[in-house]
Design a binder for this molecule. Structure first.
Ligand code: ADP
Length: 259
């Protein structure tokens, strides 16, 4: 994993569930010290217990990524425990779907509320900004860092009922490209992963017909698994991935090809 003696240290936001959980476990398995950050404290602690039981090293912390002060305090706690921060995986996310304007029988019957829009932006876009800004001074001092953020294939192609989520995920693409330019000179890379259809709690509510259609539009013929995304994070976070900077890696079974 690393050419130095000291193990690499990774923060995984939203590490308590789904893709984040799989990612925290994968990094620990690969020898990283892991900080599991999540709004759901108990979930984060459970992941740390699983890592510890498997012989890994991890700490849990309740962090609301939408609050800059939480992120700054979280960084201080990681530095106190591990002394460095090599990798930030910006994974925490939420959805609050709703149409821009909902129409029934020719009548406008609803709309995405301003709060609904703002809530998703606060976590999925501002949260990525907050966490990255909190870790970057440490990475600059180290002259080493890997920032990997979670976009989505919907950032490139849109998605019905997701103005808020798509805006945030498209914003992640933009921020990643800015950071790739601003931070590359300090040995820091910034990349994003764009997951396609991944079988997690977030998609459990999808009707069977829609689920089947999604699979049909995925050339590899299956939904993605959290581990598929965790692998991509691990690859982009690797020491040897130092020339990959500003990339948006689709991990979607090829589904966007036909979009
Ligand atoms: P996915 O399908 O992307 O894995 P999940 O809902 O399973 O989605 O996981 C998202 C994680 O992000 C959850 O563990 C959730 O608690 C966490 N999360 C949501 N909002 C925040 C927030 N504001 N700060 C930190 N973590 C958050």
């Amino acid at each position: 994993m690393t050419s130095t003696q000291q193990p690499r240290i990774a923060i995984v936001t939203g590490g308590g569930n789904g893709i984040g959980r799989a990612t925290a476990l994968k990094f620990a398995e690969a020898g990283y010290g892991v900080a599991v950050w999540d709004l759901a404290e108990q979930a984060a602690e459970e992941v740390v217990s699983a890592i510890t039981a498997a012989g890994g090293v991890a700490i849990a912390r309740k962090v609301d990524v939408s609050k800059p002060e939480d992120c700054v305090a979280g960084v201080a706690a990681v530095l106190e425990r591990f002394g460095r921060i090599d990798v930030l995986i910006n994974n925490a996310g939420v959805v609050r779907d709703g149409q821009l304007v909902k129409v029934k029988d020719g009548q406008v019957v609803g709309q995405m509320s301003a709060d609904q829009f703002q809530f998703v932006l606060d976590v999925c876009l501002k949260g990525v900004f907050n966490c990255t800004q909190a870790v970057v001074p440490t990475m600059i001092a180290q002259k080493y860092g890997r920032i990997v953020s979670t976009s989505s294939v919907v950032a490139l192609y849109g998605n019905f009922g997701q103005t808020n989520y798509v805006a945030a995920k498209a914003g992640v693409v933009g921020m990643t490209r800015v950071w790739a330019r601003e931070l590359g000179r300090y040995g820091i890379t910034a990349n994003a992963v764009a997951p396609g259809f991944i079988a997690t709690d977030m998609v459990k509510s999808i009707p069977e017909k829609v689920y089947n259609a999604l699979i049909e539009h995925t050339p590899v013929g299956r939904a993605g698994l959290p581990d598929d995304i965790a692998r991509a994070y691990l690859f982009l976070a690797d020491d040897k991935s130092s020339f990959i900077n500003g990339a948006i890696l689709s991990v979607d079974g090829g589904s966007v090809i036909g979009t």
